[in-house]
Design a protein around this ligand. Structure first.
Ligand code: AMP
Ligand code: MG
Length: 416
C-alpha cells in the first residue's frame, strides 16, 4: 500500500506542529501533575532552624558523659519548649529544656535525649512546673536527635528543575518553601465534536437506527486523563451546514486542538473533510493503521485538527497513537508511553497494517503473555474496557505467532 503513510512518519509530521504552551501562574494545588516552568531555588534552609526529632530534653552532651542507667545525671529543667514556640533564653551547663518534636532547639543546647532515656513520667501535652529536675540515664552523642538547619534543603539549592512534572512530594516541597503560586505550563484546551445523523445524546431514549454518542465522552475522558481540558461541543448532523456551525462553535472555545469523530472516510455522507477543506486544510489522512485508517489531520481556522474515525475503538486508539503525544508535547511532558514486551499466548491475525490489538496480560511461565480480548471489532468498545494493553503488530506482519514477542502499550498498571 504505497500511498499509505506509516504510523511513525505520520506522527513525526504531526508533532512538528506542536510546541510547549506558555506558562501560567496557578495556586499551589493546581500545579499538581503539571510541568514546572522555572527552576525552584530554595530561598531559605529547610528546616530553617535546628529542631528536635524527638519528645524529650534538649541538653549539652558534655554534661552527660557519666550518665548511666544505675547512676543517672540530674539536670535542672529551666525551659519548656513546645512546637511552634521560639525558645526564651540560653541553656547553661547543667541545665535541660523539655522539648517536643519539631520544636526549636534553644541556644546552648546541642543534643536531645528522648524522654524514654530519662526518669520523667509526663505524657505529651501534660504541663510541668519550672524549674524542675530530670534524671538522664544514658550518655549521648553530641547532635543526636537534632535536625540541623538546611538538613533537608539548603538555601540556594535547585530543588526542582524546570521541566519537572510536579508530583505529590513536589507539592509538599513547594509548600515548605512558601510557594503559594507556581508557574506551570498552561493546559491545552481541546474542543471535541462528534458527527453523525445516528447520534443521540446520552439522556435520550434509544430508537432503531440510532446510537448514543460515546466518542465525545471517551475522548473527553482521555483528554482529562492527560491533564488537558476538554470542551464538548454538541454533536453535528451529517449535514455541511451543521458541521460548519459546530466547527465554528469549536473555534469559539479558543481551543489549542480540535478533535472530531466520524465523517472522514470516503463514504457518501463523510463530510468532515469537505468542511475542513473550506475552513482550513487537510495535511494528511491516509495512515497505515488498524484500527483507525480513516483519520485526517490538518488545520481548522489555524488550529490543529484531528478528524478521528467514528468507530469507538478506532477513535480511542488513534487518540492514543497521535493525539496523546501531541497533547503531551503542548504540556511539555516527556512522552514515556508505558510499553512492555510480552509474548503472544495464541496466534493473532493481522492484515499488514500496523495493528493495535486489544489484549489482556497474564504471567505465564514467568513471562507477561498477551491474549486477544475476544472480538477485535473496532465498534466493540467493551474490548477496550477489558483490555490491559494494546499489542502492536508492526506494518507488514500478517500474523503474530504464539510465543513471539511484541511491544504492548500498557493501558493500566498491573502486576504481570
Ligand atoms: P463513520 O466514520 O461515520 O462511518 O462511523 C463509523 C462507525 O462509528 C459507525 O458505526 C458510527 O455509527 C459509529 N460512530 C460514529 N460516531 C460515533 C460516536 N460519536 N459515538 C459512537 N459511535 C459512533
Ligand atoms: Mg457517519
Amino acid at each position: 500500500m504505497p500511498d499509505l503513510l506509516s504510523v511513525d512518519d505520520a506522527l513525526a509530521r504531526i508533532l512538528k506542529d506542536f510546541a510547549r504552551l506558555p506558562a501560567e501562574s496557578v495556586p499551589l494545588l493546581d500545579a499538581h501533575q503539571r510541568v514546572l516552568v522555572d527552576d525552584l531555588i530554595a530561598e531559605h534552609d529547610l528546616p530553617s532552624f535546628a529542631n528536635s526529632s524527638m519528645d524529650g530534653y534538649a541538653v549539652r552532651a558534655a554534661d552527660l558523659i557519666h550518665a548511666t542507667q544505675e547512676a543517672p545525671t540530674h539536670l535542672r529543667v529551666t525551659m519548656d519548649i513546645p512546637a511552634g514556640v521560639a525558645p526564651q533564653g540560653t541553656l547553661q551547663a547543667g541545665e535541660a529544656a523539655r522539648i517536643m518534636t519539631g520544636a526549636a532547639l534553644p541556644e546552648g543546647a546541642d543534643t536531645v535525649v528522648p524522654v524514654e532515656d530519662t526518669d520523667a513520667t509526663w505524657q505529651v501535652g501534660e504541663a510541668i512546673t519550672l524549674p524542675g529536675d530530670v534524671g538522664i540515664r544514658t550518655a549521648t552523642t553530641q547532635g543526636a536527635n537534632v535536625r540541623l538547619p538546611g538538613e533537608n534543603i539548603r538555601k540556594g539549592a535547585t530543588v526542582l528543575s524546570a521541566g519537572t512534572r510536579i508530583r505529590a512530594a513536589g507539592v509538599g516541597v513547594l509548600a515548605g518553601l512558601g510557594q503559594a503560586q507556581v508557574s506551570v505550563v498552561r493546559r491545552p484546551r481541546v474542543a471535541i465534536v462528534s458527527t453523525g445523523d445516528e447520534l443521540l445524546a446520552v439522556d435520550q431514549p434509544l430508537e432503531t437506527g440510532k446510537i448514543r454518542d460515546t466518542n465525545s465522552y471517551t475522548l473527553a475522558a482521555l483528554v482529562t486523563e492527560i491533564g488537558a481540558e476538554p470542551v464538548r461541543i454538541p454533536a453535528a448532523r451529517d449535514d455541511l451546514d451543521d458541521i460548519r456551525r459546530r466547527f465554528r462553535e469549536a473555534l469559539a472555545a479558543k481551543p489549542d486542538v480540535i478533535l472530531s469523530s466520524a465523517g472522514v472516510s470516503v463514504g457518501a455522507v463523510d463530510l468532515v473533510r469537505k468542511v475542513l477543506d473550506e475552513m482550513g486544510h487537510v495535511d494528511l489522512w491516509r495512515i497505515n493503521i488498524r484500527p483507525g485508517k480513516p483519520l485526517a489531520y490538518g488545520k481548522l481556522g489555524g488550529v490543529p485538527f484531528f478528524g478521528l474515525p467514528g468507530n469507538p475503538v478506532s477513535a480511542m486508539v488513534t487518540f492514543d497513537v497521535f493525539v496523546r503525544p501531541a497533547l503531551l508535547k503542548l504540556l511539555a511532558i516527556p512522552d514515556a508511553i508505558p510499553t512492555i514486551q510480552a509474548v503472544t499466548g495464541e496466534d493473532i491475525a493481522s492484515d499488514g497494517r500496523q495493528s493495535y490489538i486489544r489484549v489482556t496480560l497474564r504471567r505465564v511461565n514467568g513471562r507477561p503473555t498477551a491474549y486477544a480480548t475476544g472480538t477485535q471489532s473496532s465498534g466493540a468498545l467493551l474490548s477496550m474496557v477489558l483490555a490491559d494493553g494494546l499489542l502492536i503488530i508492526p506494518e507488514g506482519v500478517m500474523v503474530a505467532r504464539q510465543g513471539e514477542s511484541f511491544a504492548v502499550r500498557v493501558l493500566r498498571v498491573l502486576m504481570v
